[in-house]
Design a protein around this ligand. Structure first.
Ligand SMILES: Nc1nc2c(ncn2[C@@H]2O[C@H](COP(=O)(O)OP(=O)(O)OP(=O)(O)O)[C@@H](O)[C@H]2O)c(=O)[nH]1
Length: 859
C-alpha cells in the first residue's frame, strides 16, 4: 500500500506542478535513498515532454498511467490504486516485495554521482536530468517504468551502465545493461522494478542481457534471457562467451571431479600399500585395533565388515577368524599370538661380552612312586649347611644348590604335568630333565609320557635309576627298556647319561649332580647378570601377611630390591626377596629362584617376569595386558583340529601335525601310530608325539595344549574332568574304533576333503547295578539311568569303570522297564538292558547311550 500510495502521490505531486515539493515528497517516500544533488525538475528528468503535459490533472495522469499499464499487461499487479480500481487484476504480492526491498540495495549500489566519467558519457540534458540520484529518476523506476522509453532514454541507460564504476570489469558490458533494462521496459508496469533489476543486472556481463526476461523480483538475480530487447551483437557475442564459459565451467567441474576421484583412488592405493604383509593378533581383537594394525581408517574396516554382514562399531571385538578373512581382503596374513607375544616388552640392549655361563635348570620327572620327591628332598637337604637343615620349612617351588663343580637350579614341582603346563603357557624354563625310574619297577606308562613330554620340549634327559638299594632292583632291565624309547645309554654307545642312585640312602647323588653339570656344560646356556632381570613365575600365591608373593626363576639379568617389574598381567616393585631357605636377599642373578613380594596381584605359574624402567611403564604394560585379558584375548594360538587343519596347512602355518594316541591295548596304539605316521607328506609331517594305553588323562590334554596337538582315543575315552580340561584348553579329542576310520579322516582333513562330520551326541549315561542271567536269552543288565535317557534305537558303548576303556560298542536289543518293553527310560529310573551281542556286563561299568548326527564340514 505504501508503494501504491507513493505512486499516487507522485502523480498528485506531478499534477500540482510544485516541482520542488514534488521532488522532496518523493525523496521522503523513499527510505534509504540518496539526497539529490540537483534540483532539476522531474519533467526534465523524465523526458523531453512538453510543459502542458506537466499540467495535466491528477485524473488524467492516472488514466494515462492505467492505460499504459493496461496496454502492457492485464494481469500484472499494479502499483497504482487506480489500476486496481479499474479491475486490472490484483497486485501480486510477490511483485511488490522486491520493490520494497530494493531501496536499500539501490542505496548501496548508487554510483558516485560526482564521477566525471559518468558525466562525460551523458548528453547535456542527461547531465541535467538523468542523474541517477535524481529523485525523479528513482521515482520513475519505482513506478515500474511504464513508459520506459520515455523515462529511460537511450542516453539514460548510461548512468545505470556506469554503475560498475565501482566494478570496473563491467564497464564494457554497458550495452547489455541497457538491453536488460529495455527488456524490463517491455514488461508490465508492476514489473518495472524488474526492469530496474534488469538494468542493474545489465551491468553484469553474464546476466545483463537476461535481465528483461526474468520474472520480477527474482531473488536469484540471474537475469533473463535475451528476450530483453537489448540483446545487441555484443550481447550475442557475450552470450556465446557465456555459453563457452558455461561449457568451460562444466569442463572444469568434470576435471575437478576426475581430479578428485583420481586423488581418492591414489589415496586408496597409498592406503592399501601401507597395509602390512602380516600382522599378529590375539584370539580376539577390537575393530579399532585391527584398523590400526592394518594402517587403515576404522571407517574402512567398519564398512568392510558391514559388507561381510557384520554391523560393528569401532569398539566391537571380532574373532581371529573374522580378522583373518578381513585382513586377507587387503592381502595381509594374520598370525595369532599369545597375550605376552602381543605385549612384548622391549629387550634391553646388552653386550655379548657380558654373557657368562649360567647354572642349569633341572626338572625331575618319572612314574608315580619312583622317588621323585625323595630325590629332590635328598639333594636339597644334603646341600643345606649343617644347622640349617631344620630350617627347610619354606617351599618356594624351586631351589638352587651349590656343588663343588657349580650351581644347579631345581624346579621343585616334580612330574611332567607341571612341566608341560608351564610349557603350555609358553614358558620353557627347563634345561635338563632328570628321569627317575625305579630300578625295581622299570619303565611304566608315566615314564613313557615323561619321555615324550621332554622330547617334545626338546630338553635333554638324564636317567636316574633309583632305588638301587632294593634287592629287587634291576638297573640293566631299565636300560634295556629305555633303549626301546630312544634313550640309549652312553655305555651302550648311545648319548643318554644313566646314573644309578638311591634317593633314600643318598647313594650316587653327587655323581648325578656332576653329570647334570657335565650335560650343562655341553648345552652352554649363558646369561648376562648386568642387565635388567627377566624370568618366569614358577609359582605364586596370596600370602596372608605379605600379600601376593611369587617365586621367580631369573633366566637373565639380575633382580634387585626396588626394581619395577611386570609379572604376567600384574605389575609391582620388589619390596623384599627371599631364597628357598627364607633368607632375605638383596639380589638374584641368572638361574636363581627368588621369592618376591610387592606384586599388585597373583600371576599365573609360567607367566613371564620382566623388570622395566619404572613403575609407570610397569603399570602401563600391566593395564594393557589386563585389557586384552578382559577381551578374552589371552588364549594361545589357534588349536589344530581336523576341521581347520587343511586351512592351517594351506596358510603354511602347519608344517607338522602333532597327534597324541591313546588306545585300549598296546597293539592298537602301535597300529594306529604306524598307520598315521605313513600319512606324512612333503609339506606336512605327521608326528605322533605321544602314544600310550589306557584312558585319555589330563596330562595328555596338557601335552596336546602345549604342543598344539590333537588327541585320538582308540577304543578308549576321557573322563568328564579330562573332557572339560580339553574344552578349556581347546584341545580336540577324536574317538575311533576302526583304524580305517582314523586314517581316512586324518588324511581327508589334511587334504581338506573331509566327509560330512559325524557328530556324536551322548544322550544318556546308565550305570550297571546288577546282572541277570536268563537262559536262551543272555545276560540282562539291571541298570539305573544316571543322566539323560536311554532309547532303544540309540547306539551304546560299555565303558569299564576300572580302566575307562570301552569294552563293547553296539546296539540295544531289548529295553525293559519292569516287565514291559519300552522305547526309552528317563533319568532316575531303573531299566533292564539286553545288548545285541554282548553279555560280559560288570557291575559298576557304564553304558553310554549316544546318537550320531552327520553335519557338513565348515572349512
Ligand atoms: N628303598 C627306596 N625307597 C625309595 C627310594 N626313593 C624313594 N623311595 C620311596 O618310594 C616312595 C615314593 O617316593 P616319592 O619320592 O614319594 O615318589 P614320587 O615319585 O615323588 O611319587 P609321587 O609324588 O606320587 O609321584 C616313598 O615311600 C619313598 O620313601 C629309594 O631310593 N629307595
Amino acid at each position: 500500500m505504501e508503494e501504491q500510495k507513493s505512486i499516487k502521490e507522485t502523480l498528485q505531486q506531478g499534477a500540482s506542478g510544485g516541482d520542488k515539493s514534488k521532488k522532496k515528497l518523493v525523496i521522503k517516500k523513499k527510505p534509504g535513498s540518496v539526497e539529490p544533488k540537483t534540483s532539476a525538475p522531474p519533467v526534465e528528468a523524465k523526458s523531453s515532454s512538453s510543459a502542458p503535459e506537466k499540467k495535466k490533472d491528477l485524473n488524467e495522469l492516472i488514466r494515462e498511467e492505467a492505460k499504459r499499464q493496461g496496454g502492457l499487461t492485464s494481469s500484472s499487479g499494479q502499483a497504482s490504486g487506480q489500476s486496481q480500481n479499474s479491475g486490472s487484476g490484483p497486485q501480486a504480492p510477490s511483485q511488490n516485495s522486491p520493490i520494497v526491498s530494493r531501496p536499500d540495495r539501490r542505496k548501496e549500489e548508487l554510483p558516485d554521482t560526482s564521477s566525471p566519467s559518468r558525466s562525460l558519457d551523458r548528453k547535456p540534458e542527461s547531465i541535467l536530468s538523468g542523474d541517477t540520484s535524481s529523485p525523479n529518476y528513482r521515482s520513475d523506476e519505482r513506478k515500474g517504468g511504464g513508459n520506459q522509453q520515455g523515462f529511460f532514454r537511450k542516453e539514460d541507460r548510461n548512468p545505470i551502465v556506469s554503475r560498475p564504476t565501482t566494478r570496473p570489469q563491467r564497464n564494457d558490458s554497458g550495452g547489455q545493461g541497457g538491453g536488460g533494462y529495455q527488456g524490463g521496459g517491455q514488461r508490465g508496469p508492476g514489473q518495472g522494478g524488474g526492469g530496474y533489476q534488469g538494468g542493474n543486472r545489465g551491468a553484469r556481463p553474464i546476466q545483463g542481457g537476461a535481465g528483461g526476461a526474468k520474472p520480477i523480483g527474482d531473488p536469484s538475480f540471474s537475469g533473463g534471457a535475451p528476450a530483453g530487447g537489448g540483446a545487441s551483437g555484443v550481447n550475442k557475442k557475450k552470450a556465446v562467451f557465456d555459453k563457452d564459459k558455461g561449457g568451460r565451467e562444466e569442463k572444469d567441474e568434470n576435471t575437478k571431479f576426475f581430479k578428485q576421484s583420481f586423488r581418492k583412488q591414489k589415496a586408496q592405493a597409498a592406503a592399501l600399500a601401507a597395509v602390512p604383509k602380516e600382522i599378529s593378533i590375539l584370539e580376539n581383537i577390537q575393530v579399532g585395533e585391527i584398523a590400526k594394525k592394518l594402517n587403515l581408517k576404522p571407517g574402512e574396516i567398519i564398512s568392510k565388515l558391514m559388507k561381510m554382514g557384520m554391523m560393528v562399531t569401532i569398539n566391537n571385538v571380532i574373532d581371529a577368524e573374522t580378522a583373518s578373512i578381513l585382513a586377507d581382503d587387503y592381502g595381509c596374513k594374520v598370525k595369532i599370538v599369545s597375550l605376552y607375544d602381543e605385549t612384548v616388552i622391549e629387550e634391553e640392549k646388552d653386550a655379548p661380552e657380558d654373557y657368562i655361563t649360567r647354572p642349569p635348570v633341572v626338572t625331575i620327572m618319572g612314574h608315580v612312586d619312583h622317588g621323585k620327591t625323595k630325590l629332590l628332598d635328598t639333594i636339597r637337604s644334603s646341600r643345606v649347611a649343617e644347622g640349617e637343615s631344620g630350617g627347610i620349612t619354606q617351599h618356594i617351588g624351586a631351589y638352587q644348590v651349590e656343588t663343588t663343580r657349580g650351581k644347579i637350579a631345581f624346579l621343585d614341582t616334580p612330574g611332567h604335568e607341571a612341566f608341560t603346563s608351564m610349557r603350555a603357557r609358553g614358558a620353557s624354563v627347563t634345561d635338563i630333565v632328570v628321569l627317575v625310574v625305579a630300578a625295581d619297577d622299570g619303565v611304566m606308562p608315566q615314564t613313557i609320557e615323561a619321555i615324550n613330554h621332554a622330547k617334545e620340549a626338546e630338553v635333554p634327559i638324564i636317567v636316574a635309576v633309583n632305588k638301587i638299594d632294593l634287592p629287587t632292583a634291576n638297573p640293566e632291565k631299565v636300560r634295556q627298556e629305555l633303549s626301546n624309547y630312544g634313550l640309549q645309554p652312553e655305555e651302550w654307545g648311545g648319548t643318554t647319561i644313566f646314573c644309578e642312585i638311591s634317593a633314600k640312602n643318598n647313594i650316587g647323588i653327587d655323581k648325578l649332580l656332576e653329570m647334570i653339570l657335565i650335560q650343562a656344560e655341553l648345552l652352554d646356556h649363558k646369561a648376562n647378570p648386568r642387565r635388567r632381570a627377566k624370568g618366569t613365575i614358577v609359582e605364586a600365591k596370596l600370602d596372608p601377611g605379605r600379600g601376593a608373593v611369587a617365586t621367580v626363576l631369573i633366566q637373565n639379568g639380575t633382580l634387585r630390591v626396588g626394581d619395577a617389574f611386570v609379572a604376567g598381567v600384574h605389575a609391582g616393585r620388589v619390596r623384599a626377596m627371599y631364597d628357598d631357605l627364607g633368607h632375605l636377599i638383596k639380589e638374584a642373578g641368572p638361574s636363581f629362584p627368588a621369592l618376591v613380594t610387592g606384586l599388585d596381584g597373583v600371576p599365573d605359574a609360567g607367566a613371564p617376569f620382566d623388570v622395566v624402567i619404572d613403575d609407570k611403564e610397569a603399570r602401563g604394560i600391566s593395564h594393557s595386558r589386563q585389557d586384552y585379558e578382559r577381551l578374552g584375548q589371552s588364549k594361545n594360538s589357534t588349536r589344530v583340529t581336523l576341521d581347520n587343519m587343511s586351512e592351517i596347512i594351506k596358510q603354511g602355518a602347519l608344517k607338522e601335525l602333532k597327534v597324541i594316541i591313546k588306545a585300549d591295548v598296546r597293539g592298537s596304539t602301535e597300529a594306529v601310530k604306524e598307520a598315521l605316521e605313513k600319512l606324512s607328506t612333503a609339506d606336512v609331517r605327521l608326528n605322533v608325539i605321544h602314544a600310550g594305553t589306557g584312558a585319555i588323562v589330563d596330562s595328555d590334554i596338557i601335552l596336546a595344549s602345549a604342543s598344539n596337538a590333537i588327541v585320538i582315543g582308540f577304543h578308549t575315552r576321557a573322563n568328564p574332568k579330562t573332557v572339560s580340561l580339553a574344552e578349556k584348553e581347546k584341545v580336540e579329542i577324536k574317538y575311533y574304533s576302526i583304524i580305517y576310520d582314523v586314517v581316512n579322516e586324518v588324511k581327508a582333513s589334511m587334504e581338506g576333503m573331509l566327509e560330512p562330520e559325524k557328530v556324536e551326541n551322548v544322550i544318556g549315561k546308565v550305570e550297571i547295578r546288577d546282572v541277570f542271567k536268563i537262559s536262551k536269552v543272555g545276560n540282562i543288565a539291571g541298570c539305573m539311568v544316571k543322566s539323560g535317557k536311554v532309547t532303544k534305537t540309540a547306539s551304546v558303548r560299555v565303558v569299564s569303570s576300572q580302566s575307562g576303556e570301552i569294552t563293547w560298542e553296539g546296539k540295544i536289543k531289548n529295553l525293559k522297564r519292569m516287565k514291559d518293553d519300552v522305547p526309552d527310560v528317563l533319568t532316575g529310573f531303573e531299566c533292564g538292558i539286553l545288548l545285541d551281542g554282548f553279555n560280559d556286563f560288570q557291575v559298576g561299568d557304564e553304558i553310554e547311550v549316544y546318537e550320531i548326527r552327520e553335519i557338513a564340514r565348515k572349512l
